[in-house]
Design a protein around this ligand. Structure first.
Ligand SMILES: Nc1nc2c(ncn2[C@@H]2O[C@H](COP(=O)(O)OP(=O)(O)OP(=O)(O)O)[C@@H](O)[C@H]2O)c(=O)[nH]1
Ligand SMILES: [Mg+2]
Length: 348
């Protein structure tokens, strides 16, 4: 790490990110342990000029740029109709790390390709920036303090991504909503029918808060919350056999710091996954588990750990459009009419 002690007479080290105070507290908001690796460090901060009236010049000729924000359900549906897409529902209790996962993925794309996936474009850049800003700021604090996602309609973050192996360029729509709304389905399963992202999802991604799994007192409650939430989704009929299920353990960095190296938390997660696979596996086309650290707050932890594996799972070809294949055995016969078969019931 470069010498970060502010020195008398010398300008303190500075960062292009105005929210980063690395010169004061020695902590890089971008999460780099060595500031030499940080693309922002040492560059001139970009701050609005207060002497100019208004922070930025007024738009000329009334031309305004289109907001690059999250998409409503209707807007997301338009994307799905117009281009190849993957709809990802990210569900889980409050503070499980749903918004941080979205922000963490966006942050990884700032550094380059994620696994075999490259960034092409996004309709939600401002929204991603906002989410990433909030979670970067939270990850600098010792106690988590990310802005909670407000209750209300689901919002979709849009990414257009390139699978560099297959050449596919799908739109990926990441659905985010407040965790307590998902939890409420436990007492009222039918309320899950009001969550359009669940029915539309190609991958239902259910997050398990690693920090809570560390706590012996909370471990049991958390496992029942996850199980009951999934049960509610199944009862409400919002999952379908062509969907894939991802069970994701979050905050891997915190788990690893536990006195037992996280052994009990990992065991608790594996037991949960095995139970859910046994009870709900037939409701999905596939069930996979992942362990991630989307926005680690502990020193030296790898940012976005294992998000490449989760992204690869999200990017898989969705099963929803796959036509049913029917194999007809054509009888061998010399006369053409003898080859005709009765039409199978239900076949148009
Ligand atoms: N240590 C650590 N903290 C994390 C990680 N991911 C998220 N967090 C923290 O966990 C807290 C909750 O994260 P959020 O992303 O806001 O959780 P959420 O599921 O979106 O919560 P709601 O919007 O309330 O439903 C925040 O303070 C994050 O900084 C991680 O990988 N490691
Ligand atoms: Mg959130």
């Amino acid at each position: 790490m470069a010498d970060l002690e502010p020195q008398e007479g010398a300008a303190s080290p500075r960062c292009a990110n105005p929210d980063c105070h690395v010169g004061v507290d020695g902590r890089c908001i971008e999460g780099f342990s060595d500031t030499a690796d940080c693309p922002q460090f040492g560059r001139i901060p970009i701050t609005p000029d207060a002497s100019v009236s208004g922070a930025y010049p007024e738009p000329r000729n009334g031309v305004a740029m289109q907001a690059s924000t999250t998409l409503s359900v209707d807007e997301a549906d338009d994307v799905v109709k117009e281009r190849p897409s993957r709809v990802i529902a990210i569900a889980g209790p409050h503070a499980a790390g749903k918004t941080s996962l979205i922000a963490g993925l966006y942050d990884l794309f700032q550094l380059g390709q994620v696994g075999n996936v490259a960034f092409a474009q996004s309709f939600s850049l401002q929204a991603f920036e906002q989410a990433a800003h909030d979670s970067r700021a939270a990850s600098r604090r010792t106690t988590p303090n990310t802005a909670r996602t407000e209750r209300g309609e689901v919002r979709f973050y849009h990414l257009e991504l390139v699978d560099t192996d297959s050449g596919a360029v799908p739109s990926v729509l990441l659905g985010d909503r407040a965790g307590e709304e998902y939890l409420e389905t436990r007492s009222n399963p039918m309320s899950a029918q009001e969550f359009p992202e669940l029915r539309r999802a190609d991958v239902l991604t259910l997050l398990v808060d690693g920090q809570r799994l560390l706590d012996a007192g909370q471990r049991h409650n958390l496992r029942s919350e996850i199980r009951q939430t999934l049960q509610a989704f199944v009862e409400a009929g919002v999952v379908r056999p062509s969907q894939r299920l991802a069970l994701v353990l979050t905050k891997l960095d915190v788990i690893r710091k536990a006195v037992d190296g996280g052994e009990r938390a990992f065991q608790g997660f594996d037991t949960l996954v095995a139970g859910l696979r046994a009870d709900y596996g037939t409701n999905f086309a596939a069930v996979e588990s992942f362990r991630i650290a989307a926005q680690p707050s502990t020193d030296g932890a790898k940012r976005g750990e294992n998000l490449d594996h989760l992204l690869e799972y999200w990017m898989a070809e969705p099963l929803r459009y796959r036509p049913a294949t029917m194999v007809f055995e054509v009888p061998e016969a010399e006369r053409y009419f003898a080859r005709l078969m009765p039409v199978a019931k239900g076949v148009q």
